[in-house]
Design a protein around this ligand. Structure first.
Ligand code: AMP
Length: 193
């Protein structure tokens, strides 16, 4: 299974990717997680990405495309993958298309989670409160200002991917505001129905 999960921050892409990884024998590839690891390790990429991520902007295409290109080569990605948070721009989608063409591979589907933005802000605030209550530390970009900026970046730079994949006939929509189990069931139906 080669799948893209599309949707704004907080729409549940990561949660759903983890839930269907085993079912489809595919690995979750989250550029957000990879970048956070690079920031934590303070690699040159991490140092460049850190201020951009904290402010809620998008890291330049060439950086994330290089990260994904390398990751797609790794053994665990050979059976299939669930892209979570990539591509986020038309340029990234085109680069992914070229990479897959070179390997003679194609995508099985692009699943878009439709969501209510005000609800996403509330979810983010709840997530932060729960993390702090559990003694953890909230993500540095989970604050109202950065989160709003991430939503704007999604609307302006990522939402056009709905049309991009729609005209290719690859896009399927799922109501991301259902409860978690219902979203998973809808994803499975979209893939198999
Ligand atoms: P995420 O965990 O997917 O919400 O990503 C967290 C942050 O990492 C985003 O707000 C961006 O700053 C950066 N990021 C993750 N994936 C990408 C991508 N594909 N393109 C550009 N920036 C990204």
């Amino acid at each position: 299974m080669r799948l893209i999960l599309l949707g704004p921050p907080g729409a549940g892409k990561g949660t759903q990717a983890k839930r269907i990884e085993q079912k489809y024998n595919a690995v979750q590839l989250s550029t957000g997680d990879m970048l956070r690891a690079a920031v934590a390790a303070q690699t040159p990429v991490g140092q460049q990405a850190q201020p951009i991520m904290e402010s809620g902007g998008l890291v330049p295409d060439e950086i994330v495309v290089a990260i994904i290109a390398e990751r797609l080569e790794s053994p665990d990605a050979q059976n299939g993958f669930i892209l979570d948070g990539f591509p986020r721009t038309v340029g990234q989608a085109e680069a992914l298309g070229r990479m897959l063409d070179e390997k003679g591979l194609s995508l099985d589907a692009v699943i878009e989670f439709t969501v209510d933005e005000d609800e996403l802000v509330k979810r983010m605030e709840n997530r932060v409160a729960e993390t702090i209550a559990a003694g953890g530390q909230a993500r540095s970009d989970d604050n109202p200002e950065s989160f709003r900026k991430r939503l704007v970046a999604y609307r302006e730079q990522t939402a056009p991917l709905s049309d991009y994949y729609g005209v290719k006939g690859q896009l399927k929509s799922v109501d991301g505001m259902q409860d978690i189990d219902e979203v998973t069931a809808s994803v499975v139906t979209a893939l198999e129905g």
